[in-house]
Design a protein around this ligand. Structure first.
Ligand code: ATP
Ligand code: MG
Length: 555
């Protein structure tokens, strides 16, 4: 990219330093999603960052499901997440892991802490624990169970594992410092009793490790060097470091935080999307108006466009929000030379060429992409009756109007010059048919006498045109009102986020299959819908229109 700088991001600087100082001799990263929902554009950033670093440093990249919390996790999500990551192009090869496979090792790790006098079983209730924790300005109070003997703790913890206690009756806590200015260090809970069936380990366990205890262990077991996470975990880093230190891992992993990717006026929260799905406002987690990876794919985004977007966003320590228009810029850039430019008329009116022989159809050659000869040419039918866009004709146009109006000559793209001779309208003035005559000498779109026309319009020959449903989108949220309702925190849904029209399209488009994408001349980039397209009856989703006021931010 032209304004790409050679300077490295702060994570690369940390890695360079670690390698130079011999802290690590390799780079090993991971992407650790919880299988509790679909991945979204923010996750794409994390995936491409972690995978990209492993590639850049000739290291390794692990795919790991962080499935330590049995309440919300489902196998369904495991499959969708794998498919999304593969599609993005991140390759974990044979390194696919599940945190639940380490439950045995995590249990052993907890026992080790107990033996070192660094963990204890506590009988306080959740509310009491909260109360004892103190506040940001006041130190916490020690639990009355804090000084149980190692033997007693070992026995109670084993009993917890054996199912002797009900949920919440006892927890295992790390023994750190109830007066620490960092609340996360005030004897955090590291194991809890939960009589729940886990999607992989079934009923083997009725105690489950807490995230802050489990995550560093997962990283350490896998030999991760740089454990990259988002900013909200910054305050948890001392606990991460404490866990790997007390468990005496020889080459402990290092946690590095970066800012989450936020898109302005775009919803990514699982809770909100779930509601949109449940209320039938969108037609699933992959509705093209959403920004889950599955939705972006269905809409017609490419992995390359998402990669370009993530790179443009950069990696930073400061939270900020990026405009959706930047994502649109990336898909336009990616598709403009790659995809054929075909003709489709979204809001049709009929154009009759009165001096063209009735019943005759000829086939004209047209380039598939004027800017990329490699895409070749195709034959398109041309005849006496065509469809053109309603907005390309005006009875009484303003001065600067360059398209069709009575008495003017325009070019029909890839075809002939035509001169408008009149029109037919309903009583209310709605134009039904436009009439014109053509000049046979202008075949291909140029006049032998060198005369020029101001406008070129696209068209589709009527007798062979296909009819296809086309879906046009706006933001699912009402941008003027803002994403969230100020009173009750609900989403401000835009009632016009989906418009369906019936378009006339040139015959080649009728063969489109799900995920095939095209430029429709003048109206945008479109992608055949994967769910609703049928053989010979495609449904097209608009990915993005062609024009934008978006400018790339200065690097
Ligand atoms: P959500 O914000 O949808 O609840 P999550 O953080 O609960 O997402 P996880 O499965 O825990 O989802 O996330 C997996 C990884 O993706 C984590 O390393 C997390 O830091 C990262 N991640 C999540 N959201 C973003 C984001 N908006 N930008 C960058 N990385 C993200
Ligand atoms: Mg999470």
């Amino acid at each position: 990219m032209e304004n790409e700088t050679v300077s490295k991001n702060f994570i690369e600087n940390i890695i360079d330093k670690d390698l130079a100082e011999g802290v690590y001799d390799t780079v090993h990263t991971r992407f650790p999603p919880e299988p509790n929902g679909y991945l979204h554009i923010g996750h794409a950033k994390s995936i491409l960052l972690n995978y990209g670093l492993a590639q850049e440093y000739n290291g390794k990249f692990n795919m790991r499901f962080d499935d330590t919390n049995p309440t919300k996790e489902k196998s369904e999500f495991v499959e969708s997440i794998k498919a999304d990551i593969k599609w993005l192009g991140a390759d974990w090869e044979d390194r696919l892991f599940f945190a639940s496979d380490y439950f045995g090792q995590m249990y052993e790790a907890a026992v080790k802490l107990i033996q070192k006098g660094k963990a204890y079983v506590c009988d306080l209730t959740a509310d009491q624990i909260r109360e004892y924790r103190g506040t940001l300005t006041e130190p916490g109070k020690e639990s009355p169970y804090r000084n149980r003997s190692v033997e007693e703790n070992l026995q109670l913890f084993e009993e917890m594992k054996e199912g002797k206690y009900a949920d919440g009756e006892k927890v295992l806590r790390a023994k750190i410092d109830m007066a620490s200015p960092n609340m996360n260090m005030r004897d955090p809970v590291i194991y809890r009793v939960a009589h729940m069936t886990h999607h992989r380990t079934g009923d083997t366990w009725c105690i489950y490790p807490m995230y802050d205890f489990a995550h560093p262990i997962e990283d350490a077991i896998e030999g991760i060097t740089h454990s990259i996470c988002t900013l909200e975990f910054e305050d948890h880093r001392p606990l991460y470091d404490w866990v790997v230190k007390e468990l005496e891992y020889p080459q402990p992993p290092k946690q590095i935080e970066f800012a989450k990717l936020y898109l302005t006026n775009v919803v990514t929260g699982k809770r909100y999307i779930k509601k949109l799905v449940e209320e039938g406002i969108v037609d699933g987690w992959d509705d093209p108006r959403l920004v889950s990876i599955a939705a972006l794919r269905r809409r017609g985004f490419t992995p390359e466009s998402i990669k370009m977007f993530v790179e443009l966003c950069g990696v930073s320590k400061a939270n900020s929000s990026v405009d959706y228009a930047m994502l649109e810029y990336c898909i336009r850039e990616d598709l403009k030379l790659k995809r054929p430019r075909l003709m489709a008329v979204l809001d049709p009116i009929k154009l009759v060429i009165d001096n063209y022989p009735e019943g005759e159809v000829e086939y004209l050659e047209a380039p598939n992409n004027m800017e990329n000869e490699k895409l070749g040419t195709r034959k398109i039918p041309f005849g006496r009756e065509l469809y053109i866009e309603r907005e390309d004709f005006m009875v009484d146009p303003p001065k600067k109007y360059k398209r069709m109006f009575p008495g003017t000559e325009v070019r029909l793209m890839n075809a002939y010059f035509v001169t408008c001779t009149g029109y037919e309208a309903d009583e209310d003035g709605t134009v039904r048919v436009v009439h014109c005559t053509y000049d046979p000498a202008t075949k291909g779109g140029n006049a032998p006498d060198g005369r020029k026309v101001k406008g070129t319009i696209h068209w589709v020959e009527a007798s062979q045109a296909g009819k296809a449903e086309v879906r046009l989108y706006e933001n699912i949220v009402d941008e003027e009102k803002g994403v969230y309702n100020k009173e009750d925190g609900s989403l401000n849904v835009n009632p016009n986020s989906l418009t369906k029209v019936t378009a006339y399209v040139e015959p080649a488009l009728m063969e489109a299959k799900g995920y095939d994408s095209f430029q429709f001349v003048r109206t945008g980039f479109f992608c055949a819908d994967i769910h609703d397209s049928k053989e010979g009856a495609p449904v097209f989703n608009r990915i993005v229109s062609l024009k934008s006021s978006f400018k790339l931010p200065k690097a």
